[in-house]
Design a protein around this ligand. Structure first.
Ligand code: SF4
Length: 322
């Protein structure tokens, strides 16, 4: 990691939601660095704060939620200090997103070219219509689709093609950081691989960094360089994908890995005991302690700090605190 520059530096990010039952911190003091050209996978059970973090990085949290504190630096810009117009521009050139369920967000009555050109026009680059059309066709080709797709409507495309179009829209402005939120969740296994290969190739060409959110640990193992494991709005562990699978530190990471299917356990399903806690009723101390096989007395009282155990490796657990 040391020979690469930092593409995105997130410091102490807190995202709060106001509910009828009280305030919750859906992202609760998250800090990490994403290196240039790096692929970081973000994993965790549903409702752990992954998608909220993605939206927060795009500064797209809507009321009753708000970014309470924190910084997100790309180059010399803290995204949270940019004015509205600068952030709109940053959303294309600095940080782009392929949102969850993106292929369902295509407008059924608009041709694909118009949907991509809308994005380009939105960023006021002063391009002529012909130039925007050329950029739209290039974007389609960059995700392995023919220029002919530009004149088609969404209903004429397969699920995989629609997802590629969404990747083309998200990446048309060649952002430095790409956030892909479950980019393949509604696709069959073969199409999933093809879409991931496409995103990977595109990322290689543009030298962008990527944060990929997924439940699919297999996809994760093949695609990312490092894994960030999230639990109850916090990062439990960040490590290389090899360390995450062969030498996980945090008890939650260990349990996540142990739930992966293996042939020798055919027919036996392994799950993590208990349920992820509600943000409204987080246990005191380490939020994982009611489910943790290694819990100690201190775990019920004190929240563990996030510490760096080696370069690029972070863990939040009392087992590793000095
Ligand atoms: Fe388990 Fe304690 Fe570590 Fe939390 S801090 S993961 S309860 S050992």
């Amino acid at each position: 990691m040391s020979d690469r520059n930092i593409a995105l530096s997130v410091k102490n990010l807190v995202v709060q939601y106001y509910t009828d039952d009280g305030r919750i911190n859906a992202v609760n003091g998250v800090s990490f660095d994403l290196m240039e050209g790096e692929r970081l996978g973000l994993v965790g059970e549903s409702g752990c704060g992954k998608s909220t973090m993605a939206l927060a990085l795009m500064r797209m949290i809507k009321p009753p939620g708000k970014i309470l504190s924190g910084e997100a630096w790309i180059q010399n810009f803290n995204l949270y200090e940019l004015n509205y117009e600068d952030m709109r521009m940053a959303r294309a050139h600095m940080i782009g997103m392929i949102p969850q369920g993106a292929m369902n967000s295509l407008v059924p009555v608009l041709r694909i070219k118009d949907q991509i050109m809308d994005t380009i026009q939105d960023h006021k680059l002063g391009m002529s219509k012909e130039q925007m059309l050329e950029r739209a066709c290039e974007a389609l080709e960059s995700v392995g689709l023919s220029r002919r797709v530009a004149n088609m409507y969404p209903h004429e495309l397969s699920g995989g093609m629609k997802q590629r179009v969404c990747a083309a829209i998200g990446l048309a402005m060649k952002p430095k950081v790409i956030i892909a939120d479950e980019p393949t969740s509604a696709l069959d296994v073969i199409t999933q691989r093809q879409v991931m290969e496409t995103i990977g190739k595109l990322q290689d060409q543009t030298k962008a960094s990527i944060i990929m959110i997924t439940h699919d640990m297999g996809l994760m193992a093949q695609f990312v360089d490092r894994v960030a494991v999230m639990y109850a709005g916090k990062l439990a562990e960040v490590s290389t994908v090899k360390d995450a699978f062969t030498n996980p530190l945090h008890p939650y990471t260990k349990l996540l890995i142990s739930t992966l299917p293996v042939l020798s356990r055919k027919g036996v399903f392994v799950s993590i005991p208990g349920m992820a806690p509600s943000f409204l009723e987080l246990p005191a101390g380490c939020p994982f302690h009611p489910r943790c096989p290694s819990a100690m007395d201190i775990c019920t009282e004190k929240m563990p700090e996030q510490i760096t155990t080696s370069e690029g490796r972070l863990v939040s657990c009392h087992l590793y605190q000095a």
